[in-house]
Write a protein of this length. Structure first.
Length: 59
């Protein structure tokens, strides 16, 4: 599963459900796993875009 943010590359959770899972619906544990994977991928994308020496914008 992946989402396309308004800017940047698509973010993937690395989760590929089977066709049977899609028809039956995902359980809470799978939804949590996908949400955590998307959040982690998005955070990594931001860290990569910011580089090693980000300039603070506020104090």
């Amino acid at each position: 599963m992946a989402v396309r943010p308004p800017a940047g590359h698509p973010v993937s959770a690395g989760f590929q459900p089977d066709a049977d899972d899609i028809e039956a619906g995902l359980d809470d544990a799978d939804r949590d796993e996908v949400a955590k994977g998307l959040a982690a991928s998005a955070a990594a994308q931001v860290m990569y875009a910011m580089g090693d020496d980000p300039v603070p914008v506020a104090r």
